[in-house]
Structures are given as structure tokens and as C-alpha cells.
Design a protein around this ligand. Structure first.
Ligand code: MG
Length: 218
């Protein structure tokens, strides 16, 4: 089961067109993947929301897990100050190469190709970071949250896409292509973010479910 932003509702398209018009660079990245049958990146209105979160929290450093072509990366990079930095990870060499090329003009962006479980430990030397954005393999969300708990600063942001798990997360048992382990892991991820002693969090009912959390100080 894949995410389908071509199915974005009329309301979302209205919001996107009004508040989040794309320039040619964003359109080029989005259409590259849509033409390949992979309309799986965030929508423009979600890109705009990420920008607002970055600005509201004065975020300067971001780690992104799941680059795809760098669509969300470009939205986020543009909200950073000149000396801000976003490090984005993708395991797919073709996707990482495309993103590197697309984002080469922005010195705030670093694209790393490889497995997140191998790359994330190498980022720990520069921790803590102000924000983590997760839009990657769903089964690994709890382990990415483990990393965030150690490497995102207090009062930092954790944002995650697809946390409705294709409208399966609230069902007792998953249907379709969602594996039981993935289902269990996403439920664990959401339950952990709902723990108010550790996070202030909510999930927005975007088509895919977008979780937004602030890591509380301990
Ligand atoms: Mg996604």
C-alpha cells in the first residue's frame, strides 16, 4: 500500500495552492517522482507546516530520515537561517543521488546515502539537534524515536509522517499490505508520543497522519 498524494482532497489542494505554492525547484522534484509512479512525498501544505514549526521553534539543526528526492528537505531548508543545517538520510542510492543534485545549490543541506541504523550513530557526535523529521520505513519508527530521545534537545521537535499507517493504525489487526510487526511498531510509536510525561504531542489527520511532538525537559 502506497501513499497517494494524487488523491489529496479538494480542501487540501485549496490550502496548498493558497498557502504553499511551489516554485519550479519544488515542482521539479515532486513531478520527477510522480512520473515514476511514486507520489509518496509530503504535500506542499505539509511542507509549509514544517516551515512554520521550524520558524516557531527557532530550529537551526534538523535530521531527516527518508529523503526520497529531497522535496520535504527543500521545504525545511528554506525555513532555516543562513547558518542552519539539515542532514537528510536515504538508503536508496538513486534517490540520494537525485536529491544531492537537486539540492546542491543549498549549502545548508547534506544528503547522506546509507542505512539509517548505520548513519544515525555517526551523527551523534554533533548532537543534540533541534528537530527530527521521520518519513521512512514504518517498521523502524520506534528505533528512530529511541535515537531522538538521546539526540534531540530538550524542547526540541520530533515530527513523523505516515503515523496513521494507511488508516490501519487504529484497527485491532492490520489489513492489506501492512505487516503485523509494522502495525505493532507504529502503535508503539504513537503510544510513546502520547505519554505526556515525556512529550507534548498530537497527530494531525492529514491523509497520512502527521505526528508533531515536543520533547519535554526531564
Ligand atoms: Mg511519507
Amino acid at each position: 500500500m502506497t501513499e497517494k498524494h494524487s488523491n489529496r482532497s479538494e480542501a487540501l489542494r485549496y490550502i496548498g495552492n493558497l498557502y504553499a505554492p511551489e516554485d519550479s525547484a519544488l515542482t521539479a522534484i515532486r513531478t520527477h517522482f510522480e512520473q515514476a509512479g511514486m507520489a509518496i512525498q509530503i504535500g506542499p501544505e505539509e511542507g509549509r507546516l514544517l516551515q512554520l514549526l521550524i520558524k516557531m521553534n527557532a530550529v537551526k539543526t534538523i535530521v531527516e530520515i527518508g529523503t526520497l528526492g529531497g522535496y520535504s528537505t527543500l521545504w525545511m531548508a528554506r525555513a532555516l537561517p543562513e547558518d542552519g543545517r539539515i542532514i537528510t538520510l536515504d538508503r536508496n542510492p538513486d534517490h540520494a543521488a537525485f536529491a544531492k543534485q537537486s539540492l546542491a545549490h543549498d549549502k545548508r543541506v547534506t544528503v547522506l546515502q546509507g542505512m539509517a541504523d548505520e548513519l544515525l550513530p555517526t551523527l551523534e557526535q554533533n548532537a543534540p539537534y533541534d528537530m527530527l523529521f521521520i518519513d521512512a520505513d514504518k517498521i523502524s519508527y520506534p528505533s528512530y524515536l529511541d535515537w531522538a530521545e538521546k539526540n534531540i534537545k530538550e524542547n526540541g521537535l520530533i515530527v513523523a509522517d505516515n503515523t496513521l499507517l494507511f488508516n490501519q493504525v487504529y484497527k485491532k489487526l492490520p489489513e492489506g499490505d501492512v505487516a503485523p510487526t509494522t502495525h505493532a511498531n507504529m502503535r508503539e510509536f504513537n503510544q510513546r508520543l502520547a505519554n505526556t510525561s515525556k512529550y507534548d504531542a498530537v497527530m494531525l489527520p492529514t491523509g497520512e497522519g502527521l505526528s508533531i511532538a515536543i520533547k519535554k525537559s526531564t
